[in-house]
Design a protein around this ligand. Structure first.
Ligand SMILES: O=P(O)(O)OC[C@H]1O[C@](O)(CO)[C@@H](O)[C@@H]1O
Ligand SMILES: [Fe+2]
Length: 192
């Protein structure tokens, strides 16, 4: 991964390419493989098997050069591949913002969903191109590809928000999102 300075950037134009799912000029990029999603799928054996069977890329994130520091407003495009593991649709790790800050996602291509959980209630926003999903402060969030092509979305978030992945490992996300016979199905974490 290329790392960039956390110094402020000047005012600039950032090109957004919906077809390629890229931002130009490009900042850091990251790739999350199945092995990076340990402890997140309901069926641990199926997750292990998927890691052994080639450890596929589940999603990638390309960022602009706006740094993740207080008072800046970074952006990134995440692309989640279509797929499921033991019926559980491929998803991002999901995180809580330690200081409970808001965030928006804009659907760019494909079909996804935004699952939010505040520790008690869950909310689901169906994400298609043009949908803006709003995450209020205090709602952990995870994105899921519910279609059969890659799902991409733009995220815009406070630079000082941080990413608490441990919160999701500890509390879950309220519901799991499965590929059902006739569409998406939700199952409570309590059914695990
Ligand atoms: O950080 P996660 O849960 O892996 O999800 C990836 C996406 O969420 C973000 O962290 C923003 O909320 C982006 O970096 C990226 O769009
Ligand atoms: Fe976030």
């Amino acid at each position: 991964m290329t790392t960039y300075s956390s110094l402020p950037v000047p005012p600039m134009s950032i090109r957004f390419d919906p077809a390629g799912g890229t931002l130009q000029p490009e900042g850091p990029t990251l790739t999350r493989r199945m092995s990076d999603l340990e402890g997140l799928f309901r069926d641990h054996a199926a997750w292990e098997q998927a890691v052994a069977d080639g450890d596929p890329v589940v999603y990638s994130v390309v960022s602009s050069r706006v740094p993740e520091v207080e008072r800046e407003l970074p952006q990134s495009i995440t692309t989640i591949q279509p797929g499921s593991t033991a019926g559980e649709l491929w998803m991002t790790k999901g995180h809580q913002h330690p200081n409970h800050q808001g965030e928006i996602y804009l659907g760019i291509s494909g079909h996804g969903g935004l699952l939010m959980f505040n520790g008690t209630e869950t909310e689901w926003v169906d994400m298609t191109p043009g949908t803006i999903g709003y995450m209020p402060p205090g709602w952990a969030h995870r994105s899921i590809n519910v279609g059969d092509e890659p799902y991409s979305f733009l995220a815009v978030y406070p630079g000082g928000a941080g990413h608490d992945y441990g919160w999701v490992l500890e509390h879950g996300m309220g519901r799991r999102v499965l590929a059902g016979e006739t569409g998406v199905e939700f199952v409570d974490y309590s059914a695990d």
